[in-house]
Design a protein around this ligand. Structure first.
Ligand SMILES: [Zn+2]
Length: 338
């Protein structure tokens, strides 16, 4: 299937990938994330076909006619090795990882692209992920790895930080509006060894930014109090309290929805930093809107930052005090790296 079929829904992404193909900047490993597994799978297969196509033409898309295209479409391409959770337990085990490593390690025909595709990659057990990490860390020429997942946080940070993440959620792929909100300016200020003062300044800026989101959420529900209800509730303390509680719950849910996107952006920012820190060319970074703010650090520090963001998101999903969680995050990022 040609990539152009996705052009209407994801124009920037399609252009980015076709450009990567044109400039021979195809990455060794891709992690395709989003909320619909089937879409992720189809998209992954399209991208693989573009990469394997023998006559991609001027648009750098899959031609659909060459031998590789036809074989991929008929599911007979001999150099595509696929893992998915096929057992009853719905897991991908360590033996599966080893099988994939073996297949990819064998010398192929040489001419054809060899591809390892893992769908629902979050179903890999921790052992399987650790075994797979080896395959990921030792790229063989002529090999490509593609993972899909709807739950990327279940993958080890060390796996995510070594893949180019491609997000194909309908709305949150481009974070241009968060540039205007100042989010990336704040992230750019905190780096290893930059000290506690800078960490706490950034933390309070983040808290302020989240405060604005809360205000937005409150405004979205300010007209909710139905006058008739207020009338009914007059003099009835219990009912008044119920109405108030319900409104607060709605505000909280709306606030968390808005905040989710900011947290996604923060996570994406650190994943891009990890790629840069491993020497990936700036042009090859999917989220160009973030680039002016991101600077590489050591690969170890980058992996650590990815893990710290995971922790932050985990704490915020519970009932941890928001300010404390954010301060702890900023302070950890600014610590001396081990
Ligand atoms: Zn083709």
């Amino acid at each position: 299937m040609a990539l152009n079929l996705y052009n209407e829904r994801f124009p920037k992404l399609v252009k980015f990938l076709q450009n990567a193909k044109a400039k021979r900047r195809v990455a060794h490993a891709y992690l395709i994330t989003g909320d619909q597994e089937e879409l992720l799978r189809d998209f992954a297969r399209s991208w693989i076909q573009v990469c394997a196509c023998e006559s991609p033409g001027e648009r750098y898309d899959a031609c659909g006619n060459c031998e590789n295209c036809r074989k991929l479409q008929n599911h007979t391409y001999p150099e595509l090795f696929v893992l998915w959770p096929e057992s009853k337990l719905r897991t991908i085990g360590v033996d599966d990882s080893r099988w994939l490593e073996q297949q990819l390690g064998m010398t192929g025909t040489g001419a054809r692209l060899k591809v390892g595709l893992i769908t629902e990659a979050d179903c890999m057990t921790e052992q399987a992920q650790n075994a797979f990490l080896k395959t990921l860390e030792e790229p063989q020429p002529g090999n490509m790895l593609v993972l899909t997942t709807t739950r990327q946080r279940r993958l080890l940070p060390t796996i995510r930080s070594r893949c180019q993440t491609i997000s194909i959620r309908e709305n949150s792929r481009d974070y241009g509006d968060l540039v205007d909100a100042g989010l990336f300016d704040i992230l750019a200020q905190i780096e290893p060894e930059s000290g506690a003062l800078r960490a706490l300044t950034a933390a309070s800026q983040l808290v302020e930014l989240f405060g604005q989101l809360r205000q937005q959420a409150e405004e979205a529900h300010s007209g909710d109090e139905d006058e008739r209800w207020e009338h009914v509730a007059e003099g009835d303390k219990n009912l008044q309290k119920k109405i108030e509680d319900q409104r607060n719950a709605q505000i909280e849910a709306e606030y968390r929805r808005l905040r989710e996107r900011f947290l996604d952006a923060i996570q994406t920012w650190y994943l891009q930093q990890a790629l840069l820190s491993r020497g990936v060319n700036r042009e090859a970074i999917p989220h160009q809107e973030m680039l002016p703010y991101i600077f590489p650090c050591s690969p170890e520090a980058a992996d650590r930052n990815v893990r710290l963001v995971d922790d932050l998101i985990y704490y915020l999903s519970g009932n941890t005090d928001e300010r404390l969680a954010i301060e702890a995050f900023c302070l950890s990022v600014c610590e001396k790296s081990a």
